[in-house]
Design a protein around this ligand. Structure first.
Ligand code: C2O
Ligand code: CU
Ligand code: CU
Length: 420
């Protein structure tokens, strides 16, 4: 589409998307941010548990010309994490224009499993983009702030018409939805199932078979697929199928990426029955329950549709200086996000912690495969309510939680919580 043409974008080093960063649990990463943009930015390490000043809170932004050295002690499970800017009001634009990347953490427990690796381990960052002429275009209308900026051109790892030639065997796909607002209902053509092995916060206890996976902005799914029964030369697609008649984006389907089986392999892999030890946090250990209404729009709308309001949590929009919730380090709490009266899709994300999903009420009613492990982002379809349980770490300070529809986030659908 843009062959031989140039377009302007924002980038880490060069091109759309930053480098894939790999680290072993126990290591300390040091990443230098040098802001050569003409606007402020910072980096948030989505899914990592870090001290307040390293987390990329919207108050900790760096002006054009400034630099900051992120020192990131990786003290958590193997998993697929990611990084992106977090300046309030311009996060969506900066991510859309190219600033995002994947961060893979490995550990011994995972290495022991001998999961498909090398050419058989494929990072897949899915993003929808819009171009006007040859220019990448981020200009949401008031309506698009309500729905999210939904675009028709799907890129994987910053590439048009993405394609992978793969061996006739097992593949590991690390799926990340890096779109600002679009939700994908991922599946393979030809009835190839996913064996889900991990979610946002690393490995599940054991593989879960799924014919499709809903993946909201910010979420990750670590899956295995077995192509060994397919003939050489076979082409198949990772697609996103329509998922709801009642929602404009839910009616759309896309081809996401083509796979071509072009060689045989001598690799022999058998799916392990156990992946990891995963302890459920006992409900009885929770010291309190907090409830968050995410369905209500508050006044002060962007115009366009007249009486349209702004996205909010508990009737509040983001205030950098206001502490909305205070929690104690080391304690366990239940947080409920309630979209039961809502008619929009909201993927809710909490910084500074990984949670477990206790239950989903309304809507789809049950948990999907990726929700049976550690999570930092949870999808709420219209009419749904979820209960999450989490134990806060010992890093005291102010962190945010917000809708990861980045248009909603920039619109103010974000609050501060403080760990004391
Ligand atoms: Cu991936 Cu606060 O965000
Ligand atoms: Cu995050
Ligand atoms: Cu939202």
């Amino acid at each position: 589409m843009l062959k031989g043409q140039t377009t302007s974008l924002l980038s880490y080093r060069e091109g759309l998307l930053g480098p894939l960063i790999k680290a072993a649990s126990g290591e300390t990463l040091s990443v230098q941010l040098q802001n050569n943009l003409t606007e402020k930015t910072n980096v948030h390490w989505h899914g990592l548990i870090l001290a307040e000043n390293m987390d990329g809170h919207p108050k900790d932004v760096y002006a054009s010309g400034e630099s900051f050295n992120y020192v990131l002690p990786i003290q958590q499970r193997a998993g697929t994490y990611w990084y992106h800017p977090h300046p309030h009001g311009t996060t969506a634009k900066q991510v859309f224009m190219g600033l995002a990347g994947m961060l893979i953490v490995t550990d011994e427990e995972e290495t022991m499993l001998n999961l498909p690796s090398g050419e058989s381990e494929i990072p897949i960052i899915i993003q929808d983009k819009r171009f006007v002429g040859t220019s990448l275009d981020y200009s949401p209308s008031a309506d698009e702030i309500m729905t999210g900026y939904l675009c028709e051109q799907i890129l994987v790892n910053g590439i048009f018409s993405p394609y992978a030639s793969v061996a006739k065997g097992w593949q590991r796909l690390r799926l990340l939805n890096g779109s600002t607002a679009r939700v994908y209902n991922l599946a393979f053509t030809d009835g190839i199932p996913f064996y889900v092995i991990g979610s946002d916060g690393g490995l599940l206890a054991s593989p879960e078979t799924a014919s499709s996976i809903m993946l909201a902005p910010g979420e990750r799914a670590d899956v295995l697929v077995d192509f060994s029964a397919l003939p050489l030369g076979k082409e198949l697609y990772l697609v996103s199928n329509p998922f709801s008649e009642f929602n404009a984006q839910g009616r759309q389907g896309f081809k996401i990426m083509k796979f071509k089986i072009d060689r045989s392999t001598s690799d022999r892999f058998t799916l392990p029955t156990r992946l990891s030890s995963l302890q459920s946090i006992p409900i009885s250990s929770a010291s309190r329950t907090r409830m968050f209404d995410i369905a209500t729009l508050v006044t002060g709308g962007m115009g366009g549709m007249g009486n349209m309001g702004r996205h909010s949590i508990n009737g509040k929009t983001f205030d950098m200086e206001r502490i909305d919730e205070t929690v104690e380090a080391g304690t366990t709490e239940i947080w409920e996000f309630d979209n039961s009266m809502g008619d929009e899709i909201h993927p809710m994300h909490i910084h500074g912690v990984q949670f477990q999903v206790l239950e989903r009420m309304g809507g789809r009613k049950k948990l999907i495969a990726t929700e049976k492990g550690w999570k930092d982002t949870i999808l709420l379809m219209p009419g749904e309510k979820v209960r999450l349980i989490m134990t806060f770490p010992d890093y005291t300070g102010t962190f945010v939680f917000h809708c990861h529809n980045l248009e909603h986030e920039d619109d103010g659908m974000m609050l501060n919580y403080k760990i004391v």
